[in-house]
Design a binder for this molecule. Structure first.
Ligand SMILES: C[S@@+](CC[C@H](N)C(=O)[O-])C[C@H]1O[C@@H](n2cnc3c(N)ncnc32)[C@H](O)[C@@H]1O
Length: 408
């Protein structure tokens, strides 16, 4: 069987590559790009080359400057930088923001190379962004794919629903070009029965439904055309589109069908099963004098706060479990893990019973990387890379379906 030539964008420490290689040795990364803006030392790229070798096709440069060099390939993958869609950022601007612009780098590569398959990963909010014009950004992405001859499936999936150790909800997008047998079969079927076929692909026959099986679905569905009859230009999509897209969907020939699905759950790994069992370095343990701050950060609040202009408002938030329960999968890892903040995990050490933050190895395990995958960089950067990375087995599940299709 032929190799499947993969281009990995926004490669980070190689989550996509690891996930695909675990699915089949037919996946061969022929070009990879990773560059962290505003950093002299490129920790993620160094980690990538430490594991996958130094090569002229592993490039550490701004994708905007090197995208013209992307070679012909069969599968394009990437978890594009997502802060502008993220709920963690208050003034998120969506596809117009500085980080949102990365979609346009991907779009330019699609325009030039038209790979047969594409797999992308982003935050769950991507399908509804931006808040003031819901669903506009994802509609723009769908329209771009449509204009280049692709069908698109998407699912917002929580890794813990499919047997992983972390509750991490992410949007996965799979697109296939009209030159593939998979696309042609779908296109023939939709010609006969539009909605029934789209529904069947979302719940059973599509790549996403095979990778992440569906237990049941809600009856309300979203059905809309995004083609040039309804929106003559991309400008019209940008100006007029509002779309309450659901967490699962498909687009082919400019028509979108989307609905809410319930996953066929695989029991998750519990937090206690990934914790280190031996002696953990003292630096990870909570300091006695910081305990009141941790309790405050994690606790329920109702307090008067001041805005920048001096006006006052009542701030409220509920209490969080403190420490994090060990009989459940973890919450979503964040790039600032271990910082004294509400979002950092705090666990009860298995050996001593004392409270501590997660170690870098535990973060690697929560994402399905091998122990010490990111060793060699400062702890702070190890947490940063794991907060950015994806849950590797989720990619393997998609890869398992794709490599069986006759790609080349
Ligand atoms: C969401 S992370 C993807 C992480 C990756 N999937 C992994 O498993 O580690 C996005 C990555 O894009 C990189 N990045 C940001 N701006 C970039 C640019 N202009 N060119 C290339 N890479 C960039 C970031 O450094 C980060 O590693």
């Amino acid at each position: 069987m032929d190799d499947i030539r993969v281009v990995e964008l926004f490669a980070g420490v190689g989550g996509f590559r690891l996930g695909l290689e675990a699915a089949s040795e037919r996946f061969k990364v022929i070009w990879a790009n990773q560059w962290e803006p505003y950093q002299n030392e490129q920790f993620a790229f160094s980690c990538y080359t430490r594991h996958f070798g130094t090569s002229p096709s592993h490039i550490c440069a701004d994708i905007a400057k090197v995208k013209a060099n992307v070679p012909e390939h069969d599968l394009l993958v990437g978890g594009f930088p997502c802060q502008d869609y993220s709920i963690l950022k208050k003034d998120a601007k969506g596809i117009e923001g500085t980080k949102g612009r990365f979609w346009w780098e991907i779009d330019a590569i699609l325009e030039k190379r038209r790979p047969k398959y594409v797999i992308l990963e982003n935050v769950d909010r991507l399908v509804r962004s931006p808040a003031r014009q819901i669903g506009r950004d994802f509609s723009i992405i769908l329209r771009c794919f449509y204009e280049k001859g692709y069908a698109v499936e998407w699912r917002v999936v929580n890794a813990a629903d499919y047997g992983c150790a972390q509750r991490r909800r992410r949007t996965f997008i799979v697109a296939y070009h009209n030159t593939t047998a998979f696309y042609r079969r779908l296109a023939e079927d939709v010609c006969k029965q539009w909605l029934k076929t789209m529904h069947r692909y979302v719940v059973t026959d599509g790549i996403m439904a095979q990778a992440f099986p569906v237990h049941s679905f809600r009856k309300d569905y979203f059905d809309q055309w995004i083609d040039e009859l309804i929106f003559p230009s991309m400008h019209d999509v940008t100006e007029r589109q509002h779309a309450r897209l659901h967490d699962a969907g498909i687009m082919i020939n400019g028509r979108i069908y989307s609905l809410e699905v319930v996953p066929q759950r695989i029991p998750p790994i519990q937090l206690k099963d990934i914790l280190e069992r031996g002696i953990v370095n003292e630096r990870y343990f909570l300091k006695e004098n910081e305990l009141p701050q941790w309790i405050y950060k994690k606790g329920a609040k109702r307090e008067i706060r001041k805005r920048a202009d001096g006006s006052e408002y009542v701030f409220t938030e509920g209490a969080m479990a403190f420490p994090d329960p060990l009989d459940k999968p973890s919450r979503t890892l964040v790039t600032s893990e271990t910082k004294l903040s509400r979002t950092s995990h705090v666990v009860q050490d298995l050996l001593t019973g004392r409270l501590r933050t997660l170690t870098p190895i535990e973060c690697e395990r929560l994402n399905g990387f091998a122990d010490d995958w990111t060793a060699g960089m400062p702890d702070k950067m190890r947490y940063f890379c794991m907060g950015n990375a994806l849950v590797v087995p989720m990619v393997t599940k998609i890869g398992n379906i794709i490599y069986k299709l006759n790609i080349r």
